[in-house]
Each structure stands twice: as C-alpha cells, then as structure tokens.
Design a protein around this ligand. Sequence first.
Ligand code: GLA
Ligand code: ZN
Length: 650
Amino acid sequence: MTYLGVDYYPEHWPKEKIPEDLEGIKGLGANIVRIGEFAWHRMEPEEGQFDFSFFDEVIEKVKQQGLKVMFGTPTATFPAWLAKKEPSILSEDEFGNPRVFGGRRQYCFNSDAYRNHAAVITRKLVEHYRDEESIISWQIDNEFGHEGSDMCYCDQCHNKFQDYLEEKYSSINALNDEWGTIFWGQTYNDFSEIPAPKPTVTTHNPSLKLEWARFRSASLNQFAHEMTRIVQEEKGAHQDVTTNVSGGFFGKWFDHAENVKLMDYVSYDNYPVWGGLEEPVSPAEIAMTHDFNRGLLNKNYWIVEELMGAQGHDVIGYLPRPNQAKMWSYQAFAHGCSNMLYFRWRGMTQGAEQFCYGVVDHDNVYGRKYKEVQSLFGDIKNYEHVLNSEIQSDIAVLYDYDNIWSWRGQIQSKDFDFNEELLRLYRPFYNLNSRIDVIPADRAIDAYKVVVVPVMQVMDEGLADRLRAFAERGGTVIFSYRTGLKGKDNNLRLGEVQPGLVRDLVGARIEEIESLTKAHALELKGEGEFASVPGHISVWRDLLVPETADVLYSYQDQFYSDYAAVTKNDFGEGTVYYIGGGLDEAALDVIAEKVVEDHSIGYEKSDENVEVYRRETEEGSYLFVMNHSDEIKKHGEIDLQPYESKIIKE
Ligand code: GLA
Ligand code: ZN
C-alpha cells in the first residue's frame, strides 16, 4: 500500500468543518492524514487530566472517509502550565537567557522534569490508541533539533556534560593529556572545573568543542530513544514508529543515523524553498537530501511534509511555480520516497504559521494546488511496485558527524561550508544522473565501486584501513582537502606528514596549505589528459608533492607552480584521487565521467536541469524524468514542458 495524504490539524478548525475537510482530502485521492503532533494541551489541558475525546471523534470521522492516520507524539510543543510549573524545562541560549514559552521545541533535553512529563503524555497517548486500527504510524516529536533547539547551555546541561566527561575519561589527567589543556595553562584538577563552551575571549579548546557537540548529540538522542522505546512498548503490532527529519541536517548538533536507529523507517520534511529564500536550493542539493535520508536506515523512506505552497514564519519568499512542487515530489519518489504527505491541508488563519501556505489556502478554495496534488496522487498510485523497489547504487558519499562538528568548531577558511563541500563532490555524479548513496562513514563500503570522502579532516585508523582495503580490491576513492589531518580527539599528530593515515593511498604529501576564499579562485594548469580541461580552485588549497601519484592539475601562481593541486594514484587494483582544494564543477565533471566509465557505472546523459533517475524493478527499468527548469526541455524525442515530470517504462 502506498500512503498518500496531507498533514491535517483538526484542532485548528471549527468542529463542523472537519467532515467537509476530510471529504476534500479524500477527494485528493488521499488515503492518510497526519494529526496531533502539536496538540499536547488538547490532550492534557491540566496536569494529569488526560482527555483524548477530541481526537477520538476526529478519528471516527477519518475512518468514515476510509483514511488511515499517522499520529504525532506532541512533545515538540509543551503546554504553558508545564512551563509555569517547571521553568527548568526551558532551554537556555549561550548568554544564559531562557527561551521563553511561546515558540516551540524550546525544551532542554537534559531536563529530567521534561523527560518525565514527555514520557507520561507519550505513554498515555499511545496506550489509548494501541488498538485503533486506523492509526498505522506514530511520529515521535517533530523535527528534532530544528530551529536551534538542539543547543542549550543551562546548568542541567553543564552538570551533565561534566558527568558525561567523567564517565568517558578514566581520569582528569587522561582528559588533560588528550585535550592538551597544558595549552594556555588550562589544566583541570577536577571535572567540575570544565566549562560549557559559552562565549569567552578568543576561542575554546578544539577537543572541548568536539566533546560538547558529541554531548549535545547524546543528550538529544537519549531523549529520542526514550520516547521511541515508550511508543514501541505501548503501540499496537499494526503500528510503526518514525520521526520527521528536517532540512539542514549537516548543520545540526546531533547524529541523525543514531537518532533514528530504533525506528521502523525514516520520514523527511522536503522544503526545497523556505522562508525568505528568493530561489529554491539547487536540484542537486535537493537530490542529496533524499539520498541522505534513504541512507539513514539504508532503505526507502516517507516524506511526511512535502511543500506545496510558499512557506515562512515572519518572512516568506519564492512561490513554487505551477507543477514545480509536483516535480519536486516526483524527484523525491525517484530517490526512494515510498509514501508522501503534503504540508498542510489548509493554511492556518491564526498563530505563528499564518504564512505557511497549504494545499488549500485560507479562502478554502480548492484551486491550482489542490488539482496539482490530485493529479500527482492519481498518477503515482500506478507505480507502487517501483516505489517499493530497492535502490542499488555503485557510488557512496561518506560523512561523519565528528568531522562535521570539528569543521564547525574551526572553519579555517571563512568561506568554508561543509554542506557545500560535500555537494561539490556529490554534484558531478548527480549531473551524470548516477544513483548515489549518502551514508555515515562507519557503514560497510564493500558493495560500492566508488567511495567519495569530502573534507574528512577527522579520521581514525579504522576508516583509513577500510578505504585502503577498498582501493586495493579495485575501488576508486576520491578524497578532498584537509583529509586525515586530525584524530578523533580533534588534534593533529606530531611528526605526521599530511595527508597522514592515507598518504600511501594518495601517493603524495602536503607541504603547505593556504586558506582561500570563494572569490579568490586560482586558475590551475591541466596536466596530461586534463591539459585541455580548464580548472580553478577556491576556498582552500593543499600544496601537494606527488610521490607515486600522477598530477592532473598543478598550481601556476608565483612561488607555487611546482606543486600539484589534484592527483590520481594507482593503488593496488584501484585508484585514489586527491582534490587539493575547492575545485570547480567543470573540472570535477570530467573527473567523474572518467570514474563512472572506468567502472562501467550506469549514467544517463540529459539536458541541463533535466534530471533522469533510473529505478530497476523485476518488471524492468523505469526512468523518472524531471524538468527542473522553467523552459521547454528535451529528453530524447520527448518534449518536457516547464517543470514537467514523467515516469517512462523502458
Ligand atoms: C516544518 C514543521 C512544520 C511547519 C513547517 C512549515 O517542517 O515540521 O510544523 O513548521 O515546517 O513550513
Ligand atoms: Zn539544558
């Protein structure tokens, strides 16, 4: 069964409106609604007084329309009475200001008071509906850690951070040694002396910053796991458990794979444009977000919030053009989304999200967007076997949150952006319409032909050894700059020539480095088969001296023309590329095409801004073709109108 529907907020509307709304939703061709994720007060108006009668009635009406239900556990928006009774539940910013009641998710993951109350409402709710056959899924909380809610500097967090360190390090001196607190005379005599990294003069110790990030992740994920376990204990056998991942996941202070590991499937909230953005993010970036979510549990996933209307709190921006939101939906289905709900049925007339437009606007007219969703649901239903087919990729892009947090603590180049640097190496393979997995670096890589390792400055022996074995067996590894610079303690290693643990794989050493900017792009000299391929480097550069590697590009500016910028090394049966800086797309496209051809990896040529995604099923191949542009484009003999999408059976 493919579930298609909308996010519905019955508590936002007069009761008599609900049957009409559900009929309208049914008319879309929907078979599911998501409800309840922000309705704690409606279910527990006073402490300990639980009343589910409102949702009992709603669910009866939902069932009359033959719809199913995803129910959200309402811990993202706690009641005002709880904040008044337990002000310690409120999270604090780095200046010690509590985040007052009135927004959402402004709770502290280390507040025992909050965890207790959240546990009670979650257990009561799921217990109440365990036998409700229409409820097929529970969504835990809503967009964990989004909007800065993954960071808190309150005393509870500070104390638990010190406990976390005392548990992790055998002694205070073990910590002093590992962190190098001898620097600036910061040696600790006791764990109780260790600060939370609030603002200070200059900056904090890199190891402290990384441990704080890990602690933030552990705090949030412990809460998520606690809530997940409660739902799993109380739920009916016919009910699954998920949570909705928000965008900007590389900018969060928690490990997402760890967050969802106990759940049945991942859900994602796909907003290619939000708030004041004047343009949607690029087609490649949207595609990457889908491959990231599919990679979290290595299986197809749901989208429980797909954008249809313009969105924003106090500022809104770009309006998706006719069929553009529909096209983004096809793109999502292509990349492994197997069930989809649109956000939201109707725009709310009151509250902070008056300008988060839905499928139906405040005028309650079933207009363009209603028809766009209806046509999408009508078409996609015919491809259930494709949507449920597994996606096999030959290419993996690795990421590691320790590495991401290390970069966030010291960006080194003022134009450094981890998301951009991962996309820099992802995009050339996306441009070839190859299938790509975006996965945590601790996952098995044996099944792949190509492993891409963007700016992995924090690396341990384990990863280096796995990549070495992978290349030896014939795989291609693509590294970019600052690879292997630091250990998991976020420190450099005395006497180590860079790129450290993988110098043999790379077949070159780094003699000097320079932080550049985006604007400060250096023209490179192509060597050998790249002599006629222009290349430019920006943001950062490693100055490489080849040892066994061939040079693909070298620098040509004063003093540095003897140094290599991009190298290729034959290693065992395999090949290792080292991209020594922010290399531009044109050069990377040529490298990527050589790599996929060397490995006979499937790829599809297409017009610019036309994405083609091949899905293999027992019944043969299906091509999802998406025109991401407002121009008429071609795919083979087929004309594609602006933002048109097609599924073609081969
Ligand atoms: C998020 C949230 C929703 C709502 C929408 C608005 O994704 O999960 O509750 O805020 O954005 O676009
Ligand atoms: Zn806190």
